[in-house]
Design a protein around this ligand. Structure first.
Ligand SMILES: Nc1ncnc2c1ncn2[C@@H]1O[C@H](COP(=O)(O)OP(=O)(O)O)[C@@H](O)[C@H]1O
Ligand SMILES: [Mg+2]
Length: 390
């Protein structure tokens, strides 16, 4: 559904080899599907997995290779990696003198095998899970792509540990590059896909926000007559992401899920029960990992209603009670500082660090931190940097 423009862009890029194409998009948005829909471009495809096996995606891709011409003797170096290809690989070359030489030989063997298959596009999917060896190999391949060989990489920006940009940063001039970002489907495309998947009509836009995977899963639930709940795959993915967050960021996401509307960082931190500075850091982290997004300037909420539902379902009853209590509690009177908070905030406004304040007032660092956090919240501020401006 949709994606005509993206397919055209991808086909146009691949028609000008050698090219490195980056395809970015969140889980379930349709990166793999887009590549499946592309015709007329022979491909070898392998995926990175969370286990990060050395050369995992390359092994997966190359074991499907069916070369028709005689191979360069260097490709014999692939025998240990690809025993399933022993019937067409030349004999293994003599063992090299050291590990770096062996590595270089392996890289050259892969290059040579690709060269013998051209025209060919090597696809490495889910690069956010790339292993160190494949990462170095791709950096090498990208710079040495033979004529009529393309490289396509797909990834989720929010889970990326190493920037993929570095792979296209220093390409020689004859190697082109292209970048494609897949966004969720729009309202109309969502309706068309739902119509295609469901006998009756149902508006799946509000719950799915146009994410094809969510549309499919929700449609399946409806077809099977199940209560439209959170699709299992999505629920598990959200839980894994939540577990991987630092505690303050997790609380911020949970607070956002319990609130009815997107909220500012101050409200999120208050509901989450974390000090403003930690709240800010947590919010930034949750946005970076793709769980929260900015809806209007300065207000943040879950990216998708289904994700919100998944987060809500994952909150334990005790935490849920705490969050709800803070949502329902009348907000503290703004601006009324205790005398101690006045004193601490005054020194913070003068530019003293918590350590210096603690020393000058004979308090513990922890106590000062709490006074600063409470003081800032009461003043409606989110950062001590804002103090000297007030
Ligand atoms: N444009 C689309 N139209 C119809 N179905 C789609 C579309 N994009 C993706 N899908 C379906 O949604 C599911 C998730 O897509 P997939 O390509 O696996 O996502 P990704 O690789 O980005 O995680 C698949 O079942 C796929 O067939
Ligand atoms: Mg995929």
């Amino acid at each position: 559904m949709g994606r005509e423009r993206e397919l055209r862009q991808l086909a146009a890029a691949l028609a000008r080899p050698p090219v490195v194409v980056l395809i970015e998009g969140e889980a379930g948005v349709g990166k793999t599907r887009l590549l499946h829909e592309l015709t007329g471009h022979p491909m070898l495809s392998g995926s990175c997995h969370p286990m990060r096996f050395p050369y995992g995606p390359i092994v997966e891709a190359l074991r499907e290779a069916r070369p028709t011409e005689e191979l360069n003797p260097v490709t014999g170096a692939l025998r240990p990696l690809l025993p399933e290809c022993a019937h067409f690989l030349p004999p293994a070359p003599p063992p090299p003198q050291n590990a770096q030489v062996e590595r270089h030989r392996l890289f050259r063997a892969i290059l040579s095998l690709l060269d013998s298959l051209r025209p060919i596009t090597l696809v490495v999917e889910d690069v956010h899970w790339i292993d160190q060896d494949t990462r170095e190999l791709l950096a090498f391949l990208a710079r040495c792509l033979p004529e009529s060989v393309n490289l396509v990489l797909t990834y989720r920006a929010e889970d990326l540990r190493h920037p993929v940009g570095e792979l296209i940063a220093h390409l020689p001039p004859h190697i082109d590059h292209a970048e494609l970002v897949l966004a969720p489907l729009d309202r109309e495309e969502t309706a068309l896909l739902a119509k295609h998947l469901l006998p009756g009509s149902a508006d799946l836009w509000p719950l799915t926000g146009g994410l094809p995977l969510a549309i499919e899963e929700l449609a399946r639930m409806l077809v099977e007559g199940r209560e439209p709940g959170t699709p299992t795959a999505l629920r598990d993915a959200v839980r894994l992401k939540l577990d991987a967050l630092p505690p303050a960021a997790r609380r911020i996401v949970q607070a956002a899920a319990m609130l009815e509307q997107p909220a500012c960082v101050r409200t999120l931190a208050t509901v989450a029960g974390v000090p403003p500075e930690q709240g800010e850091r947590g919010l930034a982290e949750a946005v970076r990992r793709g769980l929260l997004r900015e809806w209007t300037p300065g207000t943040y909420g879950l990216r998708q209603p289904l994700t919100r539902q998944a987060v809500r379902e994952s909150i334990t009853p005790m935490v849920r009670r705490r969050l709800t209590r803070r949502i329902e509690a009348p907000s503290e009177p703004v601006g009324v500082l205790s005398p101690r908070e006045e004193q601490v905030i005054g020194l913070a406004a003068d530019g003293l660090t918590n350590k210096e304040i603690a020393e000058s007032l004979f308090l513990s660092r922890r106590t000062v931190e709490v006074h600063v956090a409470n003081g800032l919240r009461k003043l409606g501020l989110t950062s001590r940097r804002q103090l000297n401006r007030t």
